[in-house]
Design a protein around this ligand. Structure first.
Ligand SMILES: Nc1ncnc2c1ncn2[C@@H]1O[C@H](COP(=O)(O)OP(=O)(O)OP(=O)(O)O)[C@@H](O)[C@H]1O
Ligand SMILES: [Mg+2]
Length: 380
C-alpha cells in the first residue's frame, strides 16, 4: 500500500486479502480529499463492497447517494462504487484513485477505455487487485510492473497461505480437490496458461476405432440425453479393455425414437449397465426404460457430483489409462471443455458458450460405468 508507484498490480491468491487492502487504500485516498472509484466485475460484488464501505463511513459522510453508490466526506473526498461489466457506462473524469478488484475478470476496455483516461487530469493512481485468470491483459499489466524500465508500474505477488487468518488445512483441502493447474492459479496466484482446460493428453488417448461386440465381452454405456437444442449421445465402453468402442450422436428426434435407438444399441452390445444423467431425462422416463428391460442407472448431476465425474475422466486420460475414439466431434468437445471460475468465486464445469458437451458427458458417464463395473465406485 505504501509503494509510491502510480500503477500497482497485485496478483494474489483467493482469500489473500485483496478486497480488504483495496478498501483501506480507497478510504485512505478519500480521507485525504481525493475522489476514488471502486470497480467490481459484477453488480453483486459491487454491492457487497458498497455496503461495507458505507458501514465503515457511517456517521462520517456529509452526503450519500444510494443510487449512485456514492459518499462524500467532509474534506471533499468521495468514494463511488461501480461495476465493470459495462465499460461504456464507466466513463467519468478527475479520479485520484481507481481500485479495480478482480481486474482479471473484467474486460480490458474497462482499463484502457474508461479508467485510464479518467486518471489523466489529476494524475490519478490505480490499484489492480486480482487472482490471475490465464495469460490475459491482467498478466500483461503484471509484466509491466516487473519491468525496471517502467517506473510508473509496480507488481506484487503473494499466495493465499500468506494470509495468517486462513487455516492451512483449508488450503491443503483445496489442493486435493482442485486440478493442479487450477490450484496453482487460484491459491499460488501463478499465471498459468489454459488453466481452465480440463482434458489433457487428448491426442494420445483418442486413437481408437469403433469396435464390434465380441463374445464374452462386457460392455457399459453412458448417455447424455439431448434437450431442445443439443444432442443425445451414447457412449459404449469395453470394460476389460477400458476402451470406448461406440459413440452415437443425434438430435431432434422424438422420445420414442430415442428409446428405440437405445434399444437397438442394447440389442447389439448387451451392456451390463447404462448410466444416464437423471436430471435431463427425468425419473419417469428412466422408469419407462427400466420397464422395457434396459439396465438404466440414474446419475444425478449436481454441483457436487459433476466435479468427480469429470475429474475421474480427466485423470484417466492424463494417466493414459483409457482409450477413446479418434472422433473429431469428441476431440473438439474434450478440447474446449473448461473449468470456469465465476467472479463470485464459484467454479463451474462446462462447454464454453455456444459449444456442446454431449459426447464429453456421455463418455464421462460411460467411464464411471467402467469403474463401477470393476467393483465399488470410487474416485481416486
Ligand atoms: N489486513 C487484514 N486484517 C484483518 N483481516 C483481513 C486482512 N486482510 C484480509 N483479512 C480477512 O481475510 C479474509 C479474506 O479477505 P478478502 O476478502 O479481502 O480477500 P480476497 O483476496 O479479496 O478474497 P477473494 O479471493 O475471495 O476475493 C477476510 O475474512 C478478511 O476479513
Ligand atoms: Mg476479494
Amino acid at each position: 500500500m505504501a509503494h509510491p508507484a502510480r500503477f500497482r498490480v497485485v496478483a494474489c491468491g483467493r482469500r489473500w486479502g485483496k478486497t480488504e487492502l483495496g478498501k483501506v487504500a480507497l478510504l485512505d485516498a478519500a480521507r485525504r480529499g481525493g475522489l476514488g472509484w471502486w470497480i467490481a466485475p459484477t453488480y453483486g460484488l459491487a454491492d457487497a463492497v458498497w455496503r461495507s464501505l458505507r458501514a465503515a463511513l457511517e456517521g462520517v459522510w456529509v452526503e450519500k447517494n444510494e443510487q449512485m453508490r456514492l459518499v462524500i466526506l467532509p474534506g471533499g473526498g468521495a468514494i463511488q462504487v461501480r461495476s465493470g461489466h459495462e465499460p461504456d457506462a464507466l466513463r467519468g473524469a478527475g479520479l485520484d484513485l481507481a481500485v479495480l478488484d478482480e481486474a482479471a475478470f473484467m474486460p480490458e476496455e474497462v482499463w484502457t477505455g474508461a479508467i485510464r483516461p479518467a486518471l489523466s487530469d489529476r494524475r490519478g493512481r490505480a490499484l489492480f487487485l486480482s487472482t490471475p485468470n490465464g495469460l490475459n491483459w491482467f498478466y500483461r499489466l503484471y509484466l509491466l510492473g516487473l519491468d525496471p524500465l517502467q517506473p510508473d508500474w509496480a507488481s506484487f505477488h503473494h499466495p493465499t497461505r500468506d494470509n495468517p487468518l486462513i487455516a492451512p488445512e483449508e488450503i491443503d483441502a483445496a489442493r486435493l480437490e482442485l486440478p493442479d493447474r487450477w490450484f496453482r492459479q487460484e491459491y499460488e496466484a501463478e499465471f498459468v496458461e489454459d488453466a481452465g482446460q480440463v482434458f489433457r493428453n487428448i491426442d494420445a488417448v483418442c486413437t481408437g476405432q469403433p469396435g464390434e461386440p465380441e463374445p464374452g465381452g462386457r460392455y457399459v454405456c453412458g448417455i447424455d440425453w439431448g434437450r431442445v437444442d443439443d444432442y443425445t449421445a451414447f457412449a459404449v465402453f469395453d470394460v476389460a479393455a477400458r476402451r470406448l468402442v461406440a459413440l452415437e450422436r443425434f438430435r431432434q428426434i422424438s422420445w420414442a425414437q430415442q428409446r428405440d435407438r437405445l434399444r437397438t444399441l442394447c440389442d447389439r452390445w448387451q451392456p451390463g449397465a447404462i448410466w444416464a444423467e437423471a436430471n435431463s431425462i427425468g425419473s419417469v422416463n428412466i422408469e419407462a426404460l427400466q420397464a422395457h428391460g434396459l439396465p438404466v442407472r440414474p446419475f444425478q448431476t449436481t454441483a457436487q457430483s459433476k466435479g468427480p465425474l469429470i475429474e475421474a475422466l480427466a485423470l484417466a486420460m492424463e494417466r493414459g489409462e483409457i482409450t477413446l475414439l479418434d472422433d473429431p466431434v469428441l476431440r473438439g468437445e474434450l478440447n474446449a471443455y473448461a473449468l470456469e471460475r465465476l467472479p463470485s468465486g464459484l467454479y463451474r464445469y462446462g462447454a464454453p458458450p455456444g459449444m456442446h458437451d454431449d459426447t464429453v458427458i456421455a463418455v464421462a458417464l460411460g467411464w464411471m460405468g467402467v469403474r463401477h463395473a470393476g467393483g465399488p465406485l470410487s474416485f481416486a
